[in-house]
Design a protein around this ligand. Structure first.
Ligand code: FAD
Length: 404
């Protein structure tokens, strides 16, 4: 037997699993098709609960800066809602540096890092699991973790992926500026902007200021295909930059150079385990579809996977039946909140008068704070009774509409 655990994908999910498992003394291979450091199209915003729960494995120097909130614009830009906090609302990272930093932590704890190795197939045998690489080499392990992102090869090859999964698409570019300019436009509190439903997007445009970088993107999740009118994100991005300059929210010097596209899952896969296999992070479909935020869920699912695998290796049971404990645990820890975010995200798109509805919610101080606290991960939605909450959200929107 080669390894106790082979992890495919060295993004935040894979590295976190590698850190926890290596710390426990297991023999871990952390594999990625890319050579590191590698970049990943992303906003790089970590909601407050990431540092609260994983601060001990994230070295301080991987956090560029903190943002203390910002302004959300309504679809017509007629209304603005400011949300400014005393404590950091979001911590900002540069994915190239952050992901490599976590890989180095995994190596420091004993994991063997294998960059530039693309997995093309997986074999699950009675005694072991085997990963086959594009260069025709292979490795064997007791358990395999699929942390290989939204287009996961491991999910496909094990029959766990869902062909009808909805996918979100975004385009993003990160611009390097200087600290004086950053402070002039975004202040010490690095206040950002969200333009909801910009140009009828089923999503939003964002401006995330970091220490000396400015991350600007647009993205959407389409629940119902709009046929030919499906958004041309590159064109929308150009208009977004024009608007931001017109509103004097960003410097004139910003020029689009290296726009990158990226995809996001929308909802967890029905089954995130099979014999000798567990799927974590984007590969498992763990993301908040209202915001597109997935780093927290990548790390949280990795920790749960590591705990389940530790037990499985100790008792020598790597059957599908035993690994189903992984799914039970993530459902308990964050399953309900993902259901709620999915519900909200899908509902919003059906609203006929999105402008009015969004503003009704945002103008309600209590509901606004509830949403913002939820986004920051300060509220444990999993303790809510989902059916009661759903009824509450429906009733409050209905009630507000009838009064408006
Ligand atoms: C434009 C955009 C903006 C986003 N903004 C935010 C944000 O601000 N905050 C936030 O929390 N989330 C954000 N997300 C989501 C976030 O990027 C993901 O949820 C997160 O990266 C998931 O981590 P992961 O480790 O599961 O997957 P990934 O980070 O995608 O890592 C997967 C790794 O697997 C490797 N891999 C893939 N296939 C193979 C293979 N066959 N063999 C070997 N290796 C393989 C890849 O090279 C990659 O390194 C954004 C996503 C996009 C697209």
């Amino acid at each position: 037997m080669g390894y106790d655990v082979a992890i495919v994908g060295a993004g935040p999910a894979g590295s976190t699993a590698a850190i926890f498992l290596s710390k426990k003394g297991f023999k871990v291979a952390l594999i990625d098709k890319s050579n590191f450091p590698r970049d990943k199209p992303c906003g790089g915003g970590l909601p407050a609960h990431v540092l609260k729960k994983f601060g001990d494995i994230i070295p301080n120097n991987l956090i560029e800066s903190h943002s203390y909130g910002g302004t959300t614009f309504s679809p017509s830009q007629k209304y603005q809602i400011k949300h400014i906090t005393d404590d950091p609302f979001t911590s900002m990272v540069l994915r190239e540096k952050f992901d490599y930093g976590l890989v180095k932590e995994a190596i420091k704890n004993g994991a063997e890092f294998k960059p530039g190795k693309k997995v093309i197939d997986i074999e699950i045998l009675k005694e072991k699991g085997r990963l086959i690489f594009e260069d025709k080499t292979s490795i064997e392990s007791n358990i395999i973790i699929g942390a290989d992102g939204v287009w996961s090869t491991i999910a496909k090859k094990t029959g766990l992926s869902n062909k009808n999964s909805k996918i979100g698409f975004s385009v993003v570019e990160e611009y390097e500026l200087d600290e004086v300019t950053m402070e002039k436009y975004f202040g010490k509190k690095r206040l950002g902007y969200i333009h909801s439903k910009f140009q009828n997007l089923a999503g939003y445009g964002w401006v995330f200021p970091k220490k000396i970088h400015l991350n600007i993107g647009v993205g959407e999740i389409i629940y119902k295909r709009r046929g030919k009118e499906s958004a041309n994100l590159k064109e929308i991005y150009k208009s977004y930059i024009t608007l931001l300059k017109k509103q004097k929210l960003i410097p004139e010097s910003i020029k689009i150079k290296k726009l990158k596209g990226g995809a996001l899952p929308v909802y967890p896969l029905k089954k995130t385990y099979s014999n000798r296999v567990i799927l974590i992070g984007d590969a498992g479909g763990f993301i908040n579809p209202t915001s597109g935020e997935g780093i927290y869920y990548a790390m949280a699912s990795a920790k749960i996977a590591a705990e389940t695998i530790e037990k499985s290796l100790k008792i020598g049971d790597n059957s599908e039946r035993f690994l189903s404990n992984f799914q039970k645990k993530w459902k308990k820890e964050f399953g309900t909140e993902l259901k709620i975010f999915y519900f909200i995200s899908k509902r919003q798109q059906k609203w006929k008068n999105r402008e009015k509805n969004l503003m009704l919610i945002f103008k309600d101080e209590k509901l606004k704070n509830l949403l913002m606290e939820t986004m920051a991960g300060n509220l444990d939605l999993n303790k809510c009774k989902w059916k009661i909450l759903k009824r509450y959200i429906y009733a409050s929107i209905k009630n507000k509409l009838s009064k408006s």
